[in-house]
Write a new protein. Structure first.
Lengths: 141, 137
């Protein structure tokens, strides 16, 4: 029955990875109209990359490792930001252009929906595993 | 005599352990639904159960023929051995080479939990039957 308990580790890692993704999406969406950050550069959209993380004893006879998830790294989108001609803007350059962040709001919304669906799926997996374990506890009564 | 009583229980116990193993596999697939390059896995339940309960000689499990070999063991080891796990092909191709089909995994997960619960009920009924027989009322 120990493999049932591992579900909490697996789904828990997925939930935490998805919430990190949601966090990044929130930060991107918040900065969709940012003109310049503390370093004077426009905000660059961030994106998380997931990686499978083997949990449990790998390679031991009798226990195939379970596949959890982790965020392997967060990459910054290097495409140039949106340029808007607005000579009166305090951040405008010599030619009168203001560089906004390169966040694509539509893409981020899609990313957000996908992350929240995945999050819900994993929570449901944990709920089912918990129900089954509770019923296992009552075995033979 | 006692053997006859517990044989069914043993079988159901093996089935229950395998079901929980499969549940864990599917949970891993659902967790990795967004991981690039992840290949979904599943087990051939009927084959695994056959090997676990020994109703068929575990032909696919390599035998330890020399002193240095590490045997795959008996019982559940056959079911958990990597040789019994299968890879899923993508039902719809996508760019990140992930082969998790969420609909399929959700269906498998629901199917497996129902079977798990059914096995639990079989065990409970079996225990109740045996207790009834022992009490002899």
């Amino acid at each position: 029955m120990m493999s049932m308990f591992q579900i909490f580790n697996v789904s828990g890692s997925a939930v935490s990875a998805q919430s990190q993704r949601l966090n990044v999406v929130a930060s991107n969406l918040a900065n969709v109209d940012t003109v310049a950050g503390p370093d004077g550069q426009a905000y660059k959209a961030r994106q998380v990359t997931f990686q499978t993380e083997m949990m449990g004893q790998l390679g031991q006879a009798g226990a195939a490792a379970s596949a959890g998830v982790k965020v392997s790294n967060i990459t910054e989108d290097q495409t140039p930001g949106r340029k808007v001609h607005d000579p009166k803007h305090p951040q405008a350059d010599a030619e009168g252009y203001v560089t906004y962040s390169n966040v694509n709001a539509v893409e981020e919304m899609v990313n957000m929906i996908s992350a929240s669906r995945s999050y819900q799926n994993n929570v449901e997996v944990m709920n089912t595993a918990k129900t089954l374990l509770m019923k296992t506890l009552q075995m033979g009564q | 005599m006692l053997n006859n009583l517990t044989n069914t229980l043993d079988f159901q116990g093996q089935a229950l352990a395998l079901r929980s193993e499969r549940q864990r596999l599917i949970a891993g697939n659902i967790a990795n639904a967004d991981t690039p390059g992840y290949v979904a896995r599943d087990m051939d339940f009927a084959q695994a159960l056959r090997e676990a309960t020994g109703s068929q000689a575990a032909a696919s499990v390599p035998a330890a023929t020399q002193a240095g070999h590490i045997g795959l063991g008996s019982g559940l080891a056959g079911a958990r051995a990597e040789s019994n796990l299968l890879y899923a092909t993508a039902s719809q191709t996508n760019l990140d080479r992930n082969t998790v089909d969420m609909d399929r995994e959700r269906a498998n997960f629901a199917d497996n939990s129902v079977h798990y619960e059914a096995t639990l009920r079989f065990i409970n009924a079996n225990v109740r039957t045996m207790l009834e027989a022992i009490k002899g009322q």
